[in-house]
Design a binder for this molecule. Structure first.
Ligand SMILES: CSC[C@H]1O[C@H](OP(=O)(O)O)[C@H](O)[C@@H]1O
Ligand code: ADE
Length: 291
């Protein structure tokens, strides 16, 4: 099986990476079903990268249907350590204009019907999630975006993740603004939680496509508006990934982030009481802690 250290989950508008060379498509099965689509492995700036379109090619899966457990598991099984999500978001702040990029540093969960954890069936795990995005990866993304020179990028901000698939009401949009949220989307959760449970470094390039529906002098969000602004944004996201690929350190243990050891002291269940079948099932994620 080919391996890659970098995984990219493409969101709305990003279904393939044309700047990849030496590409190979692989279909991966996981204990949590099939990922959103085949995974393309290839080289970007000479570095191995695995690419997975979150909604499937042709955008067939709505945000609630995205098989996040299978997606994160599949990337982990390829040896991925760094996961970058490219995501379309609405802006809840005047200063974050459509086509700007944001590297968020906080998350608020407003999803209602998603499974948030890998662990069940006799394995209980409580990971720290105070810092939901990897600070190392986020700052390298920011640095890469700044180096492009012609992209407006905002450092930090809170991403509120709603269930969807309908967009928000004006009451909701204004309430999120009053709560201090900066951008809104439908997909960073449970992805970020699952990445943490799989000890992956995870960060988001959020591409602002609209002002949601709070801004009285602007048209409310529509798919047409999102798609119109996305083509410029996804092009910039691809350029950032090209720069980032050359910056990622070979060894995560030298970095300040603790993502690589997120399960240290997080597994509550007495290993001797974990059922043999659960041990086998979760070997990829927790084998080194329970054997
Ligand atoms: C097409 S607009 C709504 C859709 O776009 C975002 O998806 P993604 O984060 O995968 O880029 C948003 O979360 C919604 O799923
Ligand atoms: N306004 C919005 N709300 C939720 N998800 C979005 N994705 C892009 N724009 C969005």
């Amino acid at each position: 099986m080919p391996q890659a250290k970098i995984g990219v989950i493409g969101g709305s508008g990003l279904y393939q990476m044309e700047n990849m060379t030496d590409v190979e498509e692989i279909r991966i099965q996981t204990p949590f079903g099939d990922p959103s689509d085949v995974i393309t492995i290839g080289k970007v700036s000479g570095v191995e990268m695995a690419f997975l379109p979150r909604h499937g090619r042709g955008h067939r899966l709505n945000p609630s249907e995205v098989p996040s457990r299978a997606n994160i598991w599949a990337l982990k099984s390829l040896g991925v350590e760094w996961v970058i999500s490219v995501s379309a978001v609405g802006s809840l702040r005047q200063e974050i204009a459509p086509r700007d990029l944001v590297i968020p540093d906080q998350l608020l969960d407003r999803t209602k019907s998603r499974v948030n954890s890998f662990y069940e069936g006799g394995v209980v795990v409580h990971c720290a999630f105070a810092e939901p995005f990897c600070p190392t990866l986020s700052s390298l993304l920011l640095e890469s975006a700044h180096e492009l020179g012609d992209v407006k990028v905002h450092q930090g901000g809170t991403y509120v993740c709603m269930e969807g698939p309908l967009f928000s009401t004006k009451a909701e949009s204004n309430a999120y603004r009053q709560m201090g949220m900066d951008i809104i989307g439908m997909t960073a959760l449970p992805e970020a939680k699952l990445a943490r449970e799989a000890e992956l470094c995870y960060a988001v390039i959020a591409c602002a496509t609209d002002y949601d529906c709070w801004y009285e002098s602007e048209e409310s969000v529509s798919v047409e508006m999102v798609v119109g602004n996305l083509s410029a944004n996804t092009g910039n996201a691809k350029r950032i990934l090209q720069t980032l690929a050359q910056k990622l350190p070979a060894d995560r243990s030298t970095q300040a982030c603790t993502c690589e050891r997120a399960l240290d002291s997080a597994i509550m269940t007495d290993p001797s009481l974990i059922p043999a079948e659960a041990k086998e099932k979760y070997n990829l994620l927790i084998g080194r802690y329970i054997s």
